[in-house]
Unconditional design. Structure first.
Length: 198
């Protein structure tokens, strides 16, 4: 039985390679190395996604109980949006990766473009409905009249911007499928920094 020896320098080189941002051909070479190179950016990306909610709650926590309740309820609804985004992203990743693996980059680009069109149509409809019915959504989530009155604008803004959230997930999925997981991670870092600044 063979054992895998990983030295600290090999590990560090693999981490640097995974964060470097170069497109990789994961159909060649070691499967464990390919998994590792894809996993590091994804782990960092998912960690940064959780930063969004934490940063919002940190700043809003200074505004009072109604603001905290609004953010909490809105984030609960946005979790549903995340599930839609993850589903679209996973599908796009699989289709683009398959086409890249078949050495058909034009077909991969076409698949990515189709995923973006589906995303745009879906999210425009959902965004418009969410903006129109933000107070009703808060009431459905159990918000008091005071929370609905104070928080409807925040909920409208957050739910109205789900196009950006879903596009971020989808574009990241397309990059991952194309073999560039580091680009997906870097785009989320930029989004996190912008979120903290705003």
């Amino acid at each position: 039985m063979s054992t895998i020896q990983i030295t600290s320098s090999k590990l560090w080189n693999a981490i640097k390679l995974s964060l470097n941002g170069e497109q990789q051909d994961y159909t060649q070479g070691s499967i464990p190395k390919a998994i590792f190179l894809l996993a590091i950016p994804m782990i960092l990306e998912l960690s940064l996604e959780s930063v969004f909610a934490v940063v919002d709650m940190f700043f809003v926590g200074k505004l009072g109980q109604n603001a905290i309740a609004t953010v909490g309820l809105t984030e609960s609804v946005i979790t549903i949006v995340y599930s839609i985004a993850i589903g679209l992203s996973t599908a796009a990743t699989a289709i683009v990766a398959r086409r890249i693996g078949e050495k058909k980059p034009e077909a991969a680009a076409h698949a990515g473009a189709q995923a973006l069109v589906i995303c745009l149509i879906t999210t425009i409809i959902v965004s418009m409905a969410s903006v129109l019915y933000a107070p009703e959504i808060l009431k459905l989530m159990g918000a008091s009249e005071e929370v609905v009155r104070d928080g409807a604008i925040f909920t409208r803004i957050m739910l109205g911007s789900i196009l950006i959230i879903i596009l971020l997930f989808l574009i990241n999925g397309i990059f991952r499928g194309a073999g560039d997981a580091a680009m997906a991670m870097k785009s989320l870092w930029i989004a996190s920094i912008i979120n903290i600044i705003l």
